[in-house]
Design a protein around this ligand. Structure first.
Ligand code: PEP
Ligand code: MN
Length: 265
């Protein structure tokens, strides 16, 4: 078993024994929206907030995120609620503005091979969560992580978010082999994202429990007050009561695995 190098997002450590839950909307829709979701997930035990500012959508007509306008909103919500936030960076030109507004950068699945972005993130001082490309081999994913390390930034976290296989009934195939393998063979903390891996809110809870059992250090889950109205990925978002149910189940499961669910920042 490799020793994991722990990484802190704000004050929250990922890679230790406690299971960390990162939750929030796919996209930030307004300041009120982010504040509402942040309050809901924090009060139910999430210790890191997620929220998309810049979105990379498959279709150009889909909602692309609020972009630059959302930077002030996240700064305000982080301050008011005292919760660290992670958000996706899609272009190296966004880094200088984002660096004071977020606690960690997320690199999305579509950018795992964007080496110029990875090199630039290697020069920053914030942690980087590198999502696996949906067609990325584990060894390509690790090479991508090396681009960040070689720039001088050692605070790298990996995130398994499902891969594309011959199966089309679910959005992706959740590669939990990869979660156990990364945990045993690399020094990187590993996050599992059952929302993008399944693409179906009904499957998120069972697969979140499975990911926790497979050894993930953290889970990332999309939550929305009214999933049906979400501007992106509503079909896979948990509502507040579903999220509460997930947290209760995790709280009961983790001691059986010799770990605890982290619920306080
Ligand atoms: C996301 O986290 O909202 C996202 C776009 O994920 P991925 O890059 O894994 O598709
Ligand atoms: Mn999403």
């Amino acid at each position: 078993m490799a020793t994991t190098r722990t990484v802190k997002i704000g004050p929250v450590e990922i890679g230790g024994s406690d299971l960390v839950v990162i939750a929030g909307p796919c996209s930030i829709e307004s300041q009120q929206h982010l504040q509402d979701v942040a309050t809901a997930v924090k009060s139910r035990g999430a210790t890191i907030l997620r929220g998309g500012i810049y979105k990379l959508r498959t279709q150009p007509d889909s909602f692309q995120g609020l972009g630059h306008d959302a930077l002030k909103m996240v700064t305000e919500v982080r301050r008011q609620l005292d919760i660290p936030l992670i958000s996706e960076v899609t272009d190296p030109r966004q880094i200088s503005d984002m660096v004071d507004a977020v606690d960690a950068f997320q690199v999305g699945s579509r950018n795992m091979h964007n080496y110029e972005l990875l090199k630039e993130l290697g020069r920053t001082r914030l942690p980087v969560m590198l999502k696996r490309g949906f067609s990325g081999l584990i060894k390509e994913w690790l090479h991508a992580a090396d681009y960040i390390l070689q720039g001088g930034n050692e605070a790298v976290i990996l995130c398994e978010r499902g891969i594309r296989t011959f199966e089309t009934t679910t959005r992706n195939t959740f590669d939990l082999n990869a979660v156990a393998w990364i945990r045993q063979n690399t020094p990187f903390p590993i996050v599992a994202d059952p929302s993008h891996a399944t693409g179906d809110s009904n499957l998120v809870t069972p697969m979140a429990l499975a990911a926790a059992a497979s050894g993930a250090h953290a889970l990332m889950v999309e939550v929305h007050p009214e999933p049906i109205k979400a501007l992106s990925d509503g079909f896979q978002a948990l509502n507040y009561s579903q999220f509460e149910d997930l947290m209760n189940r995790l709280d009961r499961l983790m001691p059986a695995l010799g770990r605890n669910l982290k619920v306080k920042i």
